[in-house]
Design a protein around this ligand. Structure first.
Ligand code: C5P
Length: 407
């Protein structure tokens, strides 16, 4: 019988932990419940005890049959499930703080730990929370990522506790990290003219970094190949820093043959200076007011990946940022580059939106030019999760198809 230690912390979603207990018991699990001090503000131990027919546990120092309860509970459990997990709990666990029963149990166990966060969408998207989640996911924790939907605070967004049925299913089926790799390019490239000057663009890298976070939090192995940006990647994401398009190309081809998915979110410079001056180019006052630079075309990275004859990722996704005739160019790009999907940004030619913005509004087309996802204006992280969920679903179907064809 599966012995599950369910740890409930102080979120309004704590009431859903009762349903979760019922479902786990119904599935034949032996369930014991630990309630944090703030969980007691929302739900009562008696309700859980009635459902799982076991005493519940709250205080590290309360009288119990065994003097070292946290060790006993850690030994007893086959799996530990923290649902709902608050931002405070995630932070404490990420740094090994053990000032209550839950914190002590977690440090005392080597068993699989499932964590299902629930909080307001702003809190969930806070970079501190993201870093804490990434620290946990890099260890023995499996993230049961929150859903998007109506929240107790009246807002709509990501942060709702995953539905209890799904949590129970994930825990019982041992769904843990996904054995899949995505390679993502992000940011601009810089093409050096001389030791102090370069050609580049306004890309901030935010969209690519958000995609890296989203896939990482969904359990993927992520290789992020980034041009120069002001961002830092979350803990656990394998990040390779490059400058030029040539360096980005080389890094991509070092990793992409082991990836199921490639996403070209970088704004790669189309051209580089034909020659690099090893000394700073001097201003020439006595000649023309003109300086003519000769440029050579850079290799198209996403196209080279999409046309790999061997070990092509199952899915190759490109981005397009266009000011005019966006859809026409987008559709041309899909066939010219042999892409499976293209994410289209309409760039505002006055403000440059979405460059440098935290928000984005995109449309996604498939290789037949069909509009498969049209999103309203939202944060780049929300866009990233929507794209990630869509690609995960489609990839699963594609893999099924491949299995059928070979089977
Ligand atoms: O052709 P365009 O630059 O508009 O296409 C944009 C898409 O192509 C993006 O996905 C970008 O990352 C990718 N790209 C590339 N290598 C280049 C130029 C663009 O991978 N040299």
């Amino acid at each position: 019988m599966n012995k599950i230690l369910l740890c409930v912390t102080g979120s309004i979603a704590a009431y859903k932990a009762l349903e979760l207990t019922r479902l786990l018991v119904k599935a034949g699990c032996d369930v014991k419940v630990v309630l944090s001090r703030s969980a007691l503000e929302f739900v009562t131990p008696l309700s859980f005890e009635a459902l799982c027919k076991q005493k519940s546990y709250q205080d590290l120092f309360e009288y119990s049959e065994t003097p070292i309860e946290h060790i006993e509970l850690a030994r007893w459990a086959d799996k530990i499930l923290i649902a709902p997990a608050t931002a405070n709990t995630l932070a404490k666990l990420a740094y090994g703080i053990a000032d209550d029963l839950l914190g002590n149990i977690i440090l005392a166990t080597k068993k699989p730990i499932y964590v299902a966060p629930a909080m307001n969408k702003q809190m969930w998207h806070n970079s501190i929370v993201k870093e804490n989640v990434a620290r946990l996911v890099a260890r023995q924790f499996t993230l049961l990522a929150p859903d998007t939907g109506e929240q107790a605070c009246g807002e709509i967004g990501e942060g709702r506790l995953m539905e209890p049925e799904l949590i129970a299913k994930m825990v019982l089926q041992n769904i843990s990290k996904i054995d899949k790799t995505v390679v993502i390019t992000a940011g601009p490239t810089v093409e050096a003219l001389d030791p102090v000057r370069y050609l580049s663009n306004y890309s901030s890298g935010k969209m690519g970094y958000a995609l890296a976070d989203a896939f990482y939090n969904l359990g993927w192995r992520v290789v992020l190949i980034s041009g120069p940006t002001e961002l830092s990647a979350s803990y656990g994401i394998h990040t390779i820093y490059v400058k030029s398009a040539k360096e980005m190309y080389d890094a991509v081809h070092e990793y992409v043959d082991k990836a199921e998915l490639f996403i070209g979110a970088a704004a790669v410079a189309d051209y580089r200076p034909q020659s690099y001056a090893t000394h700073k180019i001097k201003k020439m006052n006595d000649v023309d007011d003109e300086l003519i630079l000769k440029l050579s075309k850079n290799e198209d990275i996403v196209k080279s990946v999409a046309n790999l004859q061997k070990n092509r990722p199952l899915c190759v996704v490109g981005f397009a940022a266009e000011t005019d005739n966006a859809k026409v160019y987008a559709l041309q790009k899909i066939s010219a580059k042999n892409l499976d999907y293209l994410v289209l940004n309409q760039v505002d030619n006055k403000t440059g939106f979405p460059f440098y913005s935290d928000q984005n509004q995109v449309q996604i087309y498939d290789r037949k030019g069909r509009l498969v996802l049209e999103l309203t204006l939202m944060s780049k992280l929300d866009v990233a999760y929507q794209i990630a969920h869509m690609l995960c679903n489609r990839l699963a179907k594609k893999e099924e198809q491949v299995e059928l064809n070979y089977g």
